[in-house]
Design a protein around this ligand. Structure first.
Ligand code: A4P
Ligand code: MG
Length: 180
């Protein structure tokens, strides 16, 4: 087992060097914009973590789900946290935002998914990275391509081009609430 997997399975472990992490943010219930702004601010304040950038803000029709349109974005962070610890922090933020889980892909006040954890490939019972469904989703690939064009191919973007998605605002949508 390599060092990255050890860090993923040991909640107490911290990686020595900061890892660049991409987080997908989504909400389709309540004050969606405020939920995403607050989430970006909270991500910036996580222990051992620095916010490096945020994508434009997108509105997207639900994919494999029902309910209102989503707001989606992606944030890029550097963190010294271990992946499982970081996932627990994200779930605490979701819960604090009133997230309920009545059924799979239910509408939600806040969803925070780990899309990429450096170049790691993790497959544990509670964490799979890269996120297993990200390549099927324009609401992930479009904002991710803004921040990490080298991680998204033209073919991947072409494959999701039929999905309904608009840019609502450029990356300044978080200005004033996040320390970049
Ligand atoms: N888990 C495993 N890997 C990860 C990861 N990389 N990041 C586990 C985060 N969590 C991960 O997640 C269920 C379990 O996945 C967690 O307990 C964790 O251990 P959840 O957030 O409780 O439930 P979920 O959000 O319904 O699952 P998931 O996998 O995030 O759903 P999807 O597949 O991401 O779909 N349409 C639009 N337009 N915009 C959206 O944002 N989101 C979804 C959610 C569906 N359709 C959407 C959108
Ligand atoms: Mg999720």
């Amino acid at each position: 087992m390599n060092a990255t997997i050890d860090a993923a399975t040991d909640p107490a472990a911290e990686t020595a060097a900061a890892t660049t992490v991409y987080i997908g943010l989504g909400a389709n219930l309540g004050d969606r914009g405020q939920a995403l702004r607050s989430a970006v601010q909270a991500l910036a304040g996580l222990p051992g973590t620095r916010l490096c950038g945020v994508s434009s803000l997108y509105r997207s029709a639900p994919v494999d789900a029902s309910g209102p349109d989503y707001l989606n974005a992606v944030a890029v962070l550097e963190t010294n946290a271990a992946p499982q610890d970081f996932l627990a922090r994200l779930q605490a933020l979701e819960n604090a935002a009133g997230r309920q889980r009545p059924y799979r892909n239910a509408p939600r006040t806040l969803d925070l998914d780990i899309l990429l954890w450096g170049d790691a490939r993790l497959d544990t019972p509670t964490l799979t990275v890269p996120h297993p469904r990200m390549e099927e989703r324009a609401f992930v690939l479009r904002p991710l391509a803004e921040l990490a064009p080298q991680r998204v191919t033209a073919a991947q973007l072409a494959a999701v081009a039929g999905q309904a998605i608009d840019v609502l605002a450029g990356p300044q949508w978080v200005e004033g609430v996040a320390t970049l």
